[in-house]
Ligand binder design. Sequence first.
Ligand SMILES: [Cu+2]
Length: 92
Amino acid sequence: MLVSLAGLIAQPALADTEPFMAEGVVRKLDPENRKITLKHGDIKNLNMPGMTMVFRLQEKVEIDQLKPGDKVMFHVEKIEGAYTITDLQAAP
Ligand SMILES: [Cu+2]
C-alpha cells in the first residue's frame, strides 16, 4: 500500500500536461524573419537530441532582450512542418 502510493507520487504527474521546456543557448537572432538559432539540449516532446539549429518564432514570442550567448528555456512544437518556438524565457 505504502509502496504503491510512493510510486504514484514519484511519477511526473504534470509531464503530460505541462509543456516540456528545453534548454538552449542563443547563437544567432534574426528578428526580421522571426527566426532564432539555438544550441539546444534534448527536446523530449519531439524526441530530438541536442544540436544547433534554426527555429521559427511564434508571433507572441519576444526576443528583443536576447543576445548571443544568453541561456534560455523554451518550448517547441512542429507547426505546419516547421519547428516553432511557442514559449521562450531567459534561463535562471
Ligand atoms: Cu534540434
